[in-house]
Design a protein. Sequence first.
Length: 313
Amino acid sequence: MEAVLKPKSKEIGKKRSKRMTRAGRDNVEGWLFMAPTLLLSGIFLLVPILLSFYLSFREYSLFDGSILTGGSFVGLSNYTEALKDPSFIKSLKNVLYYTVMMVPATVSLSLGLALVANSKLRGKTFFRIVYYLPAITSIVAISIIFLFIFKLDGAVNVLLGIFGVEPVSWFFNSRYALPSIAAMGVWMASGFYMIIFLAGLQDIPSTYYEAAKIDGANFLQSFLYITLPCLKGKMFFVVVSLLIGSFQLFDQVFVVSGGSGGPGESTMTVILKVYQTAFRDLRFGYASSMAFLLLGVILAVTLVQKKIFEGDE
């Protein structure tokens, strides 16, 4: 009996060792495939982040020589200076104002477009393509187009003139400049997030709606009690992505204001302020401290959103 069991135990041991060897080989191959991406990410992402964090505690300019040894250590003075800088505080307020205008409007519009694209409307493929086109168009090109549309004799003022509204220089008026950029942001982002919501809508089983219809639920009730709860994961992704993108607003304001953040700092954003401080004033340490303060704000807002969505669940 023992003679019979020993060969079987040996065979089982060999099979296990083969499986372990195969698993180890798969792990090695996996790491080898990932190595180029990890290496490039480390060189072009992780290292600059660590250097920037190091510079945020130093007063450094390009004329100070090596990044590691040049300049002088100033501790937290860059951070305290940023928190007392009226221009930086103004840029934070502008970004918050832009976020409040842009994020809810984009979520609502992109979800509405997704509902239309997911309906039985004829030619919906054409509409899906048209809605998505702004997402793959150059931000600079779109900004230049909006400059023409919103200028004094542009299409917006011509349309409003039909109703007797006086023409406004939208991007060069401190009252309307940031809302105009927010309108541009909504138009640019809605098509991309429509695709996210559309994917979520197509994942919802049709049996849910059929059961609700049998129970006498109307469209609004089905939307509130079936569609929105089933889209909660997608909604969290969309809201957080829009929040992060809005806090990092740069390209549109740079093109529209010519890099000045005007008129009267009405379109000054944190990233534009960081850009000006680093490449115009050559204060790289101070610019790095503002960038990490923005990172802290983004992280805090993201954690709050995570708590809100978890609380809803």
